[in-house]
Design a protein around this ligand. Sequence first.
Ligand code: HEM
Length: 486
Amino acid sequence: TLPPGPPRDPIIGNLRQMPTERPPLVFHEWAKTYGDVVYLELPGKSIVLLDSLQAAEDLLDKRSAIYSDRPPFTLYEMFGWMPAVSFLPYGKQFTTHRQMHHSYLNRMKVVEHQPIQLQEARTLVDNLLHMRIGEHERYLSRFLPCVITQVVAGHRITSDDDPYLHLSKMVLESLFRSGPPGATAIDFFPFLRHFPYWFPGTYYARAASEWRPMVRELYDYPLRTVRAQKESGKARTSFILSQLAEMEESRTETEQDMEDLKGSAAVMFAAGESTTWGTLSSFLLAMVLHPECQEKAHKEIASVVGSTRLPDFADRGSLPYVECVHQEVFRWAAAVPLGVPHRVMEDDTYRGMLIPAGSTVFANIKGMTLDEKIYHDPHAFIPERYLQPPHGRGEPHFPATFGFGRRVCTGQYLADNSIWIAIATMLAACRISNAVDENGDAIVPAGTVSYGIGSHPEEFQCVITACSPQSAAIVRSALSFDPDEC
Ligand code: HEM
């Protein structure tokens, strides 16, 4: 028998019940009625929702040999995102792309990227300390593009007119326009792509034809520039340069190799940006809402690191409370709330239920963060929950922020380091507080979140000032840091 789920209508199945607002929270409610494995049907599609860590680990991790395919991402392909490891079916090209990412983003290799992250975290904090109220999103959104452009192409962004900054804005916009992955009308009914643009449901097809040239530029521009720099002897260490060197060595530089390289570089820009931005924005929101956590973290940094320098990666192990804040931001924010859907390649049986071959399998990561059996008061932001008793409740760090099995996020170590150093630097140097209205009363953010491919707090105001007269100067003086010297 199929897993339980909401009753289906003839022909259209569960189409009428599919939520348009806050899908992860609606799915989590369904799981309370039907259990942690929920079955849905849409015309031509079987969908399985996994709402517990247990079910997701049992299927997506332990049975990853058959759960690592992806459903077709018709719309993303139309936008020009091909080849892109995130959307490639399970197979040879997928393995090639994962290996390329792994070679530059694995747990050991990312240590080499830390000087870049340190420098960009300090630049971020310097900008936040000198911005006008309301500009924080602008600077948070720049942080990852600044890191990734150096990692991928060896280029440092220093001005607002930088072509990479322009490309990264475009990427965010195009992802925003393309709706949740695998879940737009075009994904469900691919034949709609051939209908005229005025036909209902083809809005996305029109958007795709407008955005495609820009997505292609994100594929072409980095390789074109690094090659030119390489020829003139000016290329700096980067993912693209190292891949070109490897290709030269093995004498394979076919057109397909070049497309694969362009695709794996482009995906590093695309997959990291809104996720890192959303997580950092959730951090600021949490700090506005919970000044007591901020104070505690700030005190820990002051006592361990002192107030004459900023924290760096070597301090991470000595800052347990900052670690709790970092982990709680990941759990509370759940930046990719429904993960990226997997596809099961064969019929499977789980706890006596049939998971039909070809089903699209969504891991409701947001739902898992709200599991009351694991997390007490799960909607609340409580960093102490991870501390051992009597200081806390000894709850486990949330293990699924980056997804599951053979599809787990390739950027997880880079992302974890980026966010840790940004958070630690902000906590060391900044005081983040409520904005005030014209009567001088604190404006308390509603704390609402918008859900798309990623989740992001809805617009809120905050004031960011330097913790002490010295801290702004310490940040400024730390900016002269040159990553090449490390
Ligand atoms: C806070 C930051 C980030 C979060 C929360 C995040 C989360 C995720 C999640 C949940 C998935 C889906 C995994 C699955 O299918 O089970 C994913 C996939 C992916 N992520 Fe990330 N990610 C982040 C940053 C990054 C960065 C910085 C990069 C690259 C530099 C990256 C590259 C990728 C790629 C390539 C995939 C697709 C992997 C595949 O399909 O095999 N991500 N990420």
